[in-house]
Every structure is written in C-alpha cells, then in structure tokens.
Design a protein around this ligand. Structure first.
Ligand SMILES: C[S@@+](CC[C@H](N)C(=O)[O-])C[C@H]1O[C@@H](n2cnc3c(N)ncnc32)[C@H](O)[C@@H]1O
Length: 278
C-alpha cells in the first residue's frame, strides 16, 4: 500500500470494494459469525464497527442489539459509507459515520467490533487507544478479526501463485508481515496482543480460527472479483497490456482447476482478538 492509507481506501480500494460488496459479504460471513459468537452483542448495547466497509457486520449486529441498542459503523472510505447508508434505510438502530477511527472522537460504546478493519492504521497503538477511549471504562469490551499469515491464507494469495515467472516483473513487495498498514500486519499473534496491551486493554485473548472460505459463483464471477479485490488487482496495475493479458489467462486456468462448477473453497485463517477496556 504505497499511498497514504486513508487516501488509498477512500480513492482506490473503497470504490472497488463497493462494487464487489455482494461477493465479499458472502465469503466473509463466517468471520462475522466468529466475532458475534465471541462478543455476544446484547439487547440495548451501543456498538462500534470499525472499518465497517459497506456495513454487513453492522447490519447483522443491529439485529442483535434491538431497538434499544445502536450500532455505529465507522469508515474512512466515502463510497463504502454511502453504500452502507443506502443498505440501512429503514433500520433506525444503525448509523454510519465517515471518520478516521485512528484519531477522530468516537461515540461512547459498550462494544467495539471490527471485521478486518484495524490493520490499516498509521499508528496502531494510538488508534487502539482511541478505540479504548470510546469504551465504557469498566465494562467495555472489544473483539476484532485480523488475518493470520500469508502462508495460511491461500484463499487470498492463490492468484499470485498462478502468475509464475510474471511475478518476477512486479515491484518487489515489502514483507507482507511488516508492521506497516496492510492486511497481514497482525499475522504475528504477539504483535497483536502487545499492541492491545500497550493501548491499555486488559484480559487480552487471541483465538486462532482456521477454516475454508467459499467463493460462490461462476468462474467468470470469481475472476471478476479477484481482479478487483486483493493482490492481483495491484499486480495487474504493474504489468504492461500484453503481460497483464497473459497473467489473466494463467489465473483463469488455475481457477478452472480450483472451481468445482459451483464454487471455490480455499483455506483461510484469522485471529479473533478480544479484550476488556479496563
Ligand atoms: C479490509 S476492509 C474491511 C471492510 C469491512 N469490515 C468488511 O469486512 O467487509 C478494511 C476497511 O477499513 C477501513 N479503514 C481503513 N483505515 C481506517 C481508519 N483509519 N478509520 C476507519 N476505517 C478505516 C477501510 O476503508 C476499509 O473499508
């Protein structure tokens, strides 16, 4: 992610994620379930969904906190916040805020949740301290999902493995596990635990989840999704027209092997980190 992370999400990735919303929500639904099982949002609670994207988790949790509760989804990408707002028309207990969760004041809450929205902060300690400030001092709690390592997530990396020698023409990527904004920043469990403790959280528990994720749809639909979201979208931008055409042929050939006619199922692994505000 070479661009400043907020601008990257607002200008580049946000619009592509908005287009791919249906596929993203289907494939990541099991991740929402692990968060909800861990955090158990209760009727009447005030919940923040950090880096809410187009709002799937916020909408699901709104169903659990009921009319007496409120879910506020927070995101820096204007296209995603717009999409989330249009999906929530007629749902009075869910709102969406265009804000930077790292530094903007956040509404007071009982529970902070996030489905893959906390790996892109410029300064993680500062950002988690901001999230903690929003929580009720005694009873507030947090549950966030973050990807484990690249190696454990072929469902994200399979198109890159299909590129073969074309991968040598790409800019040398920074270490995907480096402590810089990126999906695998918290692949290291100790780093995730430490950043939560440094931000003042207590009773930190990081649970490992490993299970296949399912991309449902025709091979054509999945190829369209893979071109927009994830590492292939960045790789194609670095190749000339001819090389990019060959890359897509190779990815399509690998997809034909992995697709069973209805869907594609690949291994994935994420952490569910939970903690108390104090
Ligand atoms: C990987 S996407 C996940 C989106 C959504 N939670 C989902 O699971 O579909 C990461 C999200 O975090 C948002 N984000 C990144 N940095 C942020 C920040 N500083 N404050 C609020 N949102 C942020 C991005 O705009 C993006 O929507």
């Amino acid at each position: 992610m070479e661009t400043e992370p907020r601008a990257y999400w607002d200008e580049e990735a946000g619009p592509r994620w908005a287009e791919a919303q249906r596929m993203i929500d289907r494939v990541l639904e099991p991740v929402s379930s692990t968060l909800v099982e861990r955090a158990v949002p209760a009727s009447g609670e005030l919940v923040l969904d950090i880096g809410c994207g187009s709002g799937a988790l916020s909408l699901e949790v709104a169903g659990r906190v009921g009319e007496a509760g409120l879910v506020v989804g927070v995101d820096v990408a204007s296209s995603l916040v717009e999409q989330a707002r249009s999906r929530s028309v007629g749902r009075p207990n869910v709102e969406f805020l265009l804000a930077d969760a790292e530094e903007d004041p956040l509404p007071p809450s009982d529970l902070v949740l996030s489905r893959f929205g906390v790996m892109f902060f410029r300064d993680s300690r500062r950002a988690f301290a901001n999230l903690r400030r929003a929580l009720d001092e005694r009873a507030g709690r947090l549950a966030v999902a973050c990807w484990q390592s690249v190696e454990l997530n072929p469902w994200i990396t399979w198109p890159m493995a299909a590129l073969g020698d074309l991968a040598d023409r790409l800019e040398r990527p920074v270490d995907p596990h480096a402590d810089v904004p990126g999906p695998f920043r918290f692949a290291d469990r100790d780093r995730l635990e430490q950043v939560l403790r440094d931000a003042g959280f207590v009773d930190v528990v990081v649970e490992a989840v490993a299970r296949p994720l399912v991309l449902a749809g025709s091979a054509e639909e999945i190829l369209g999704f893979t071109r927009r979201i994830g590492p292939l979208s960045r790789a194609l931008g670095q190749l000339d027209e001819t090389a990019s055409g060959i890359a897509l042929q190779r990815v399509a050939a690998r997809l034909a092997e992995l697709h069973d006619g209805r869907e594609m199922r690949l291994d994935a692994a994420w952490w569910v980190a939970s903690a108390q505000a104090g």
